[in-house]
Design a protein around this ligand. Structure first.
Ligand code: MLT
Length: 268
């Protein structure tokens, strides 16, 4: 995969297809490959750009704290480096959505539309943030094994874990192979992230809000609230899916995103 210098860091990025740029931003603690079905499908009609965020996949890990704002700035610098001048549709899942809110706050002129998948607008509670900081130390010390054990049952619906054993195992391998420093830095960054609740009524871009019917991290009720706060947004519940909608029910996810992208492209 090609590497691109993006400000302070070097990011690996898949770029495929031509036309309206669609920037796919992965969740924690995974990498761009969680979008493999969408990269294949969407690039037949649009230009897909799917980076590994700093600290994940093949991208450089700097350690310390990787804030959601820094990750958004990395994406802005990456788009400069790739000479993408046209506004992009940013599609972010979970941590990718946290990065998306910061991208909207700082680099709004670069955005054509937003797809917010299985994400949260609220900040961590003090207990939640303390738990992340503790987990960061555990990962640095012991590796990502306990993180994989803790995360997988939250990422996927119980039926997906039963039905899609190989897919779930491949995500487990991703977590086990992730950089300790990269994971710890992102945990600290997520713990420090500001609330995006006040931004929601100000988002005037076409926005699609997507959630899995059994998402245990960003629940359908919470995401319905995000959609209700963003004027004119569209809300889609993906059936038979937990938090990882693009992997758990790609058929329904792809239908929703393709319909939305076509609408954005035609300006209707
Ligand atoms: C993710 O999928 O990116 C994580 O669940 C985000 C989080 O831990 O808040």
């Amino acid at each position: 995969m090609p590497k691109v210098r993006a400000g302070q860091v070097e990011l690996e990025v898949v770029r495929r297809g031509v036309g309206m740029p669609v920037l796919l931003v992965h969740g924690f603690p995974l990498d761009h490959s969680m979008w493999h079905t969408q990269i294949e499908l969407l690039s037949s009609r649009w230009q897909v750009i799917a980076p590994d965020l700093r600290g994940f996949g093949g991208s450089q890990a700097l350690g310390g704290t990787a804030t959601m704002e820094q990750m958004a700035d990395d994406l802005d610098a990456m788009l400069d480096e790739l000479e993408v001048d046209e506004p992009v549709v940013l599609c972010g899942l979970s941590m990718g959505g946290y990065v998306g809110f910061q991208f909207w706050r700082k680099h709004r002129a670069r955005l054509r539309a937003l797809v917010l998948c299985d994400t949260r607008a609220i900040a961590d509670t003090p207990e939640g943030a303390a738990g992340r900081l503790k987990l960061a130390e555990t990962v640095l010390h012991d590796g990502t094994g306990s993180l994989a054990d803790a995360m997988l049952p939250k990422l996927f619906a119980p039926a997906t874990i039963e039905r899609e054993k190989e897919m779930v195992q491949s995500q487990r391998r991703k977590i086990l192979g992730a950089s300790r420093e990269g994971v710890a830095a992102a945990l600290r960054g997520m713990a420090a992230r500001p609330s995006a609740v006040d931004y929601l009524p100000q988002i005037s871009l076409p926005t699609l809000v997507v959630v899995g019917s059994e998402d245990a991290i960003s629940t359908p009720g919470e995401m319905r609230g995000i959609a209700a706060a963003i004027p004119g947004s569209e809300f889609v519940v993906i059936p038979h899916s937990g938090h990882m909608t693009p992997l758990e029910n790609p058929a329904a996810f792809d239908t929703a995103i393709q319909r939305f992208l076509a609408r954005v492209e035609s300006g209707s």
